[in-house]
Design a protein around this ligand. Structure first.
Ligand code: GLP
Length: 266
């Protein structure tokens, strides 16, 4: 596990976007061998999307041969719903880059047969050659995608009831009305995320500090799904200073020392 500590949200966004851009450029994707990118929604990745759009508009990065798979979607919201993750992704990212619509995959929250939708999604990921890099955020309770506390750490794409905590946090997108927040979602599993060849998770702000502590300093525990990253050979968490509030001083120093010696991108 690498832990990249940045001063603030903007710095996290820049670091992560440049890291992803570099991975795509080095991969040199083609129509026959596209770069397969897993993507999240939420507040955390917004800055990364803004920065990737900027790099694209400067002519330094193309998404023509990038295939995407989103992490999750609310069950019962159609693609046009203002709070659907379909809308989020098109409004905040896809509409601003040169991605081919046919290369975008997002779970259908209105699927007549959700179990089939999820099985087909897993099959589509497999058929694409597997995910090269999965970008994620983390919930205040340590959830990854919509894998709530208690999720199986080897789970696959499926439907998942949302906890009251998650619905309360996400009520801010539904006029503050928790009753408007869907009670369930379709989500890739922890196993699906761990199958990616690389996983990069962003954690910003003091409210993510407990999740970061569980991810880094405690053992693997299904009550903190993010801790499953400890089993991944290429996992990176990119956080800001505020998110390190619950880490030991020694832990912070240790990871900063490693990165000093390890100056990859920035
Ligand atoms: C949401 C999403 C997650 C996201 C998390 C944190 O419920 N399903 O994919 O990582 O919660 O959201 P935010 O980045 O807004 O803090």
């Amino acid at each position: 596990m690498r832990l990249i500590i940045q001063p603030n949200y903007d710095a996290i966004s820049r670091w992560t976007a440049h890291y992803i851009a570099r991975r795509i450029q080095e991969f040199n994707p083609t129509a026959d061998q596209p770069f397969v990118l897993g993507l999240p929604t939420g507040s955390s990745p917004l800055g990364v999307y803004r920065e990737l759009i900027r790099i694209h508009k400067e002519g330094r990065l193309s998404f023509a041969h990038v295939v995407t798979f989103n992490m999750d979607e609310y069950l019962g919201l159609d693609a046009q719903h203002p709070q659907s993750y379909h809308r989020f992704m098109w409004d905040n990212f896809f509409s601003h880059i040169d991605i081919d619509e046919r290369n975008v995959h997002i779970l259908n929250g209105m699927a007549a047969d959700p179990a089939k939708e999820c099985a087909d999604y897993e099959a589509a990921i497999k058929a694409s050659g597997g995910i090269e890099l999965f970008l994620g955020g983390v919930g205040v309770d340590g959830h990854l995608a919509f894998n709530e506390p208690g999720s199986s750490l080897s789970s696959r794409t499926r439907d998942k009831e949302l906890t009251l905590d998650t619905r309360l946090v996400n009520a801010r997108f539904f006029n503050g009305e928790v009753s408007q927040v869907p009670v369930a979602a379709l989500t890739v599993g922890i196993g699906t995320v761990l199958d990616a060849r690389e996983v990069v998770v962003i954690a910003s702000g003091h409210n993510k500090a407990r999740a970061l502590h569980a991810a880094i300093e405690d053992g693997i525990n299904h009550m903190w799904p993010i801790s499953a990253l400890q089993m991944h050979q290429r996992a990176i968490i990119v956080c800001d200073d505020a998110a390190t509030d619950e880490l030991k001083v020694g832990t912070v120093r240790y990871f900063m020392e490693i990165e000093k010696a390890n100056r990859l991108p920035g």
